[in-house]
Design a protein around this ligand. Sequence first.
Ligand SMILES: *Cc1c(COP(=O)(O)O)cnc(C)c1O
Length: 406
Amino acid sequence: MTDQSATTGVTDRPSDGNVAGTAARSAERVQDFLDRAVPGTPCLVMDLTAVRERYAQLRAALPDARICYAVKANPMPEVVAALAELGSSFDVASPGEIDLCLAHGAEPGSISYGNTIKKRADIARAHEQGVRLFATDSDADLTAIAEAAPGARVFCRVLVDNKGSRTPFGRKFGCPPETAVHLLVRAAELGLDPYGVSFHIGSQQHDATAWEHGLRAANEVFRGAAEHGVRPRMVNLGGGLPAHYTDSAPPLQDYARRIEQALDREFGDERPELLVEPGRRLVGDAGVLRSEVVLATPETGSDRRWIYLDVGRYNGLAETEGEAITYRLRTSRDGDPTGPVVLAGPTCDGDDVIYQHTRYELPLTLGAGDTVDLLSAGAYTASYASVGFNGFPPLPTYCIDGHERS
Ligand SMILES: *Cc1c(COP(=O)(O)O)cnc(C)c1O
């Protein structure tokens, strides 16, 4: 883990322009709500205005890509409904996520079953519900799709380098391009529509050039399949687009430009249909997680102060494992002199430490009852909370939408 300095407060870099502006304005709107409603802590507050802004920005940056919101990032019904209203499609992984989307305004035809690991019964159920688009990366899964969802469109996920990602996927998903060629050819033989290729370059990807690997692999698959008379026509760019944590990623425009250049280079005039599956990008900067200090210990000798919050690894901060994601913080004592701290969660688990390698400085006056807001915490927080480890309930969530409601 690298040591990096983190600051408290909303420190948008001017170069981020409108992109970080969304995060800053949203954090202010949520602050207003928190000041007025004073909900119990911890809690996550989602700002639908910011979700819509993020959607519009991505729509403008990648104008001809179909946007499939990756529901796992934040499955709040209000978020799904707001995106469905804007015409978003959805990337889902389970029957539960399909039901959620259908119940909140999504059309079955807008749903992409993007999980390559699925039971045959779940494929059949999705097909009965009208879902017609499925990811795959193995012979066994492809066979199950052919049997349980005859005639469906399939895209094959290829394995790509996740370097530059803060939360990489490892080798769990995707196959080499040669295998993808084989699977798409076989899909056609099985009466399926060999629609295209997908990849995911890893979540919170800080290297805007990372998509080049995926597009190169996709092109390789397209050419290989064509040799067998099979012509895939869609490339799914996956997720990976960033939210705004302590170490800012490049602006969205950089990603869009790099993707555009790579598309030109790989496909030229034979540009494929495009899909993109943003999770973190659409909801990360639209949420604030409010927590309260339970206990603050004084500095002893060379040991930093420990600040224990009422939120930790098991009730919302799963992504701080390995300190992969470093949230920006805002406290009720901002402005007072600061000193280095270790931040920890409230449970009786030795791993429930939030940040000890990443350098965080918090006000020296911070004590029990003060609030600490984790900014840009709208993605992979509430959806990752345990059902009640150590008796701490899952993270309560609220939504604001101009007017507030829960
Ligand atoms: C989780 C996931 C996404 C979303 O990734 P982000 O980095 O949050 O944008 C997209 N596609 C698939 C298949 C996923 O599993």
